[in-house]
Design a protein around this ligand. Sequence first.
Ligand code: SF4
Ligand code: SF4
Length: 445
Amino acid sequence: MTLEELQSVVYNAGIVGAGGAGFPTHKKLSEGVKQIVVNAAECEPLMMVDHHIFAKHFQSVIDTLNIIMDIMGAEEAIFGIKKKNMWLLDQKIVKSLENTRVKIKEIPDIYPAGDEVVLVYETTGKIIPEGQIPMSVGVVVINTETLYNIRKALDTGETVCEKYVTIAGDVREDITVKVPVGMKIKELFSQLGYEDMTGKAVINGGPMMGKLVDFENDVVTKTTKGLLVFPETHSIIQRKRMSVSTMLKRASAACCYCTMCTDVCPRYLLGHSIQVHKILRAASHCEVNDADAFLQSTLCCGCGVCTVMGCQQMLNPQAISTMAKETLAKKGYRRTESVKPDKPRPEREGRLIPSDTLIDRLGIRKYVKDKVERRYIDFYPDTVYIPMSQHVGKPASAIVKIGDAVKKGQMIAKTDENALGTTIHSSIDGIVKSVNEKEIVISVI
Ligand code: SF4
Ligand code: SF4
């Protein structure tokens, strides 16, 4: 198989990064890659999707790595997994990898080990220059579930129309289930027996980086990895509910400029020039002349360490930095300079955040389980609402119309193969009920 054929299989299967923003995977598969790093860190507390993939489908993931390494001409692949999760791997397979191009790398149990810049450093020793992608140091990072999706596309042409999702937190039972893309989250919880969610809130993603769910309207997408439930009164929910204007007011009154938020920032500790206390100061004091402070927000990965582990004044530098970053991105503003650190700051070693410390600081110890059941439940939604944009780049355009009969797995929307985007597929057999720029609605006949 040629590289172009591989890219085409991945594009036609609609494969995007399964854990983050949903970067179209076919765009990552290119020539010139020296190392493929597998992100098996799953560093946000309570998330357990990748655990199941590498416990149950480790050999498939390794086989896929070998195939794409050959096609891309990569020299080696590095499987970055936390030491505490090594026991999940089939040790016979681990042994069979000795002296091969696939390396298993134990990474420390720190947060955010899964951030691309941190992961690439921990697995390869390379530091990605500021504002650049892993490819700038000859590396491509692929998530475990994404690799598994490539495997299924290569074997059977299976498309991405279902998603593994962990349900955890303040629930009766922690489980990981496979859910049709486009299923309403409210209906999913209802089918799992959670009819009354009064006094609870749901986060899409981990407790650090996840976003509050609009329980009536939000649906499962290709990037939904976890749906975590917490009481409305929990500090995680309270923090995520606070408006930006309140955050800015509180910051202007209470920030003592102690710099502790910057001192613990993982990107700063790897030598990048981000100084989040300056971003917060410039935003909360309207220091519009300090353009560089605002532009530093483009170096932020939104991990939240500054807020949860740094600030003792209960301020939220993460949210303010993210707001500044998103505002600049919409306008297309970028930093022109790019520092290229060759080593981390000397204080990094002493400031790494152990996952256990983070769990205690977040107040979620009682929700943490050693194991999460993988349940094979078939969900049968009557209607799915499939978003046209579940990925980074251009939204897809419909290739079906109202009244069309579609099958599960059938392509229903796509972006041009040359643009940044991907294809989208129906997750049920049914009839197209409506089509607009935002979604395609399909109901069972
Ligand atoms: S969220 Fe905070 S700690 Fe994380 S990268 Fe951004 S500024 Fe640094
Ligand atoms: S840690 Fe809090 S108080 Fe200190 S500089 Fe950062 S935002 Fe301000």
